[in-house]
Design a protein around this ligand. Structure first.
Ligand SMILES: Cc1cc2nc3c(=O)[nH]c(=O)nc-3n(C[C@H](O)[C@H](O)[C@H](O)COP(=O)(O)O)c2cc1C
Length: 359
């Protein structure tokens, strides 16, 4: 029943528009809804699934449920309050960069509707750390808020540390956790920070710039295009360097996930075709990390079963983006209801027991 509301009303409207206009329209609708909380009072009764079994503590933070909105949906921080009412346990705001920037020229986001895939080369369009602070600091804090930081395009790799530090210094007071994003494919050179030496100097530099210790739990978000040996090497470094968690994964630029296409737009591919690759990365990380730090699983989750797969593979928290566009605002409810029913039928008391349970 809930699905029909989206399928018959907003989805046809959104999908007639080009993806970026659809995103802007949904953004406007959500912003209006946000500014009229009285009108939407009670909406969370139909969008938010609540159960004590879903609660979890990750990196010392209490989450009311394991499902979050992945980075890139709320690039300005404006949607956070409303996303809290739509059933998410956390929102990862950003990517925010030190300076404001317009991102790449349009068109820069594309749909492959049959495959329920998006391809984007947005390029971190965002208001910059100071403007984001002004927006976010006016909001009431509800659910968990992560701040995902990236590098300003015009800042050279040599000066990247200062750019990340600027963002974290400004936004840390408003965040429960931070993310060092080095995996978006649309900022030239960014993924270069996944190379061992660059990674170590970037993370150590950020830590030093923030006073010698991370002032909040700090995660790093990696790409699914790494070689497995490079992933394993990075995971060892992540433990050594005392990061607090790893987000697996960002979008892929490997066209082999869409073998039936002879030409593809340039950009990061997300959605169902990413599911297996991302779960594979989580499985490897779970074995390597041995529960020492948590894993946040993202990539191709589109229903309860694909969410459960990520958790069973080892993800403590999960996130969605692309499926939210295709399936609409009742998806969090459906995913969480599925997970809860699974726990009930298996006699499991809490979501943590499911984490890594395939092993
Ligand atoms: C249009 C779009 C913009 C995105 N922007 C960001 C971003 O700014 N920062 C980031 O870390 N990830 C970004 N992502 C990646 C998502 O957070 C997520 O890792 C990826 O889409 C895989 O999840 P999904 O298959 O559920 O979409 C973006 C994804 C999409 C589709």
């Amino acid at each position: 029943m809930r699905d029909w509301i989206y399928e018959l009303t907003l989805k046809p409207l959104f999908f007639k528009l080009n993806p970026e206009s659809a995103h802007n329209l949904s953004f406007k609708l959500l912003s209006i809804a946000n500014s009229l909380p009285g009108l939407f009072k009670g909406i969370d009764n139909i969008t938010s699934y609540k159960s004590t079994r879903l609660q979890t503590k990750v990196a010392g933070i209490h989450f009311s449920n394991p499902l979050g909105m992945a980075a890139g949906f709320d690039k300005t921080g404006e949607l956070y309050p409303f996303l809290g009412q739509l059933g998410f346990g956390h929102v990862e705001v950003g990517t925010i960069t030190g300076e404001s920037q317009p991102g790449n020229p349009k068109p820069r986001i594309f749909r492959l509707e049959k495959e329920e895939v998006l391809i984007n080369r947005m390029g971190f369009n965002n208001p910059g750390a100071e403007n984001a602070f002004n927006t976010i600091s006016r909001q009431k804090k509800t659910i968990i808020r992560g701040i995902n930081a990236g590098k300003t395009k015009l800042v050279s790799p040599e000066n990247a540390i200062d750019d990340y530090v600027k963002t974290f210094k400004i936004l840390t007071p408003l965040a429960d956790y931070g993310v060092i994003n080095i995996s978006s494919p649309n900022t030239p050179g960014l993924r270069g920070f996944q190379e061992k030496e660059s990674f170590i100097s970037l993370v150590n530099g950020i830590k030093k710039g923030l006073g010698g210790n991370f002032p909040l739990p700090m995660f790093v978000k990696l790409a699914p295009d790494l070689e497995i040996s490079a992933l394993e090497e990075l995971l060892d470094i992540i433990l050594d360097i005392k990061l607090d968690g790893v987000i697996l994964t960002n979008t892929t630029i490997n066209p082999s996930v869409l073998p039936n296409y002879s030409t593809l737009e340039t950009g990061g591919i997300s959605g169902r075709v990413l599911r297996e690759k991302s779960t594979h990365f989580i499985r490897i990380a779970y074995k390597k990390l041995q529960k020492r730090i948590p894993i946040i699983g993202v990539g191709g989750i589109y229903d309860g079963e694909s969410a459960l797969e990520k958790i069973r593979a080892g993800a403590n928290l999960i996130q969605i983006y692309t499926a939210y566009i295709y399936k609409g605002p009742f998806l969090p409810y459906k995913i969480l209801e599925y997970l809860d029913n699974k726990m009930i039928s298996e006699g499991i008391a809490g979501i943590d027991e499911l984490v890594g349970s395939e092993n």
